[in-house]
Write a protein that binds this ligand. Structure first.
Ligand code: PMP
Length: 296
């Protein structure tokens, strides 16, 4: 059973700047730069049967996200991989969600940032499905988000930066207050972009369509799913998708390390069915992460 207490009050070990510390001692100061100016980036990854899926890709993206915010993580991809494995082992976890995070600390205060290396921490815990499995099986109900993904010239959009999640939290909360499960976000041009924490896919007449990730994360799950679809001979079309087109799609699902492959039954006024192709791809993904398919 997963621990239901606050996230700062649990048993276990967290990797913190190079060593494992007791969970409750993994603390930051209130005058941390990250807390005031959002100089923080993170990863979300899952371990299945003791293996962290696409670990190297996640460690590479952690370093890349930091670089896009102007700081360099003082640990190599290899060292980060090793640290993630240590965290899993120290906490006796085999199926887990993992959260590496890097941030500017309290070395200085002000908009300009110190050249000091950032801090890095890695936590892991048991976390079931990201969405209610019953609702997901029927297809989630999506609202249309009040916020749009920003233009690449207004924010470091390819960084998994905490600051970029402000509009995701607001959009998801707005959706939940209105009785929806999540929201579909458009981008600054008005094109279909993604969900608040996952990428979006659509199926029409046996073809898979997905928006070009030019102002949001090109998710690791997204790339995996596209490979799985191509392996099945499904045409994969990455392109600009306008909302007017949504009524022409028969199926929709979202992908993410936390969300995995989750079916969507409606987005705003547009309805979708949970169809065979979505189910097949969700199964392929499940088989792959659980080691029942050769690595995509
Ligand atoms: N977009 C957003 C906003 C996300 O938070 C995530 C989850 N990291 C994704 C897309 C999917 O990324 P990935 O498949 O690499 O987890």
């Amino acid at each position: 059973m997963a621990d239901q207490r606050n996230f700062d009050d649990r048993d276990g070990w967290i990797w913190f700047d190079g060593k494992l510390v007791p969970w409750r001692e993994a603390q930051v100061h209130v005058l941390s730069h990250a807390l005031h100016y959002a100089s923080s980036i993170f990863e979300g990854q899952r371990a299945y049967n003791g293996e962290i899926f696409k670990l190297t890709e996640h460690s590479q993206r952690l370093r890349k996200s930091a670089e896009l915010l102007g700081f360099e993580i003082p640990w190599s991809v290899e060292q980060l991989n090793q640290a993630c494995k240590e965290v899993l082992k120290a906490n006796n976890l085999v199926d887990a969600y993992m959260r590496p995070v890097a941030w500017r600390g309290s070395e200085s205060m002000g908009v300009t940032a110190p050249d000091a290396p950032p801090h890095v921490a890695i936590a892991a815990w048991e976390w079931g499905k990201y969405f209610d499995p019953g609702k997901a099986e029927r297809g989630l109900r999506f609202d249309i988000a009040p916020y749009r993904r920003p233009a690449p010239y207004t924010a470091p959009v390819h960084s998994k930066a905490s600051g970029l999640y402000m509009i995701c939290t607001l959009s998801r909360q707005h959706a939940e207050k209105r009785g929806y499960d999540d929201a579909l976000m458009f981008d600054w041009r008005g094109q279909v972009a993604e969900a608040t924490g996952a990428n979006a896919f659509f199926i029409r007449d046996g073809e898979l369509h997905t928006p070009t990730p030019d102002c949001f994360l090109n998710g690791i799950t997204r790339q995996t799913l596209m490979d799985l679809a191509r392996k099945r001979g499904i045409p994969v079309i990455e392109r600009a998708i306008w909302p007017e087109e949504l009524e022409t799609f028969q199926q929709m699902f979202i992908t993410g390390s936390a969300a995995e492959v989750t079916f969507v039954g409606s987005a705003g006024p547009w309805n979708f069915e949970v169809g065979d192709m979505s189910r097949q791809l969700a199964k392929d993904y499940d088989d792959l992460v659980n080691g029942r398919l050769a690595n995509a």
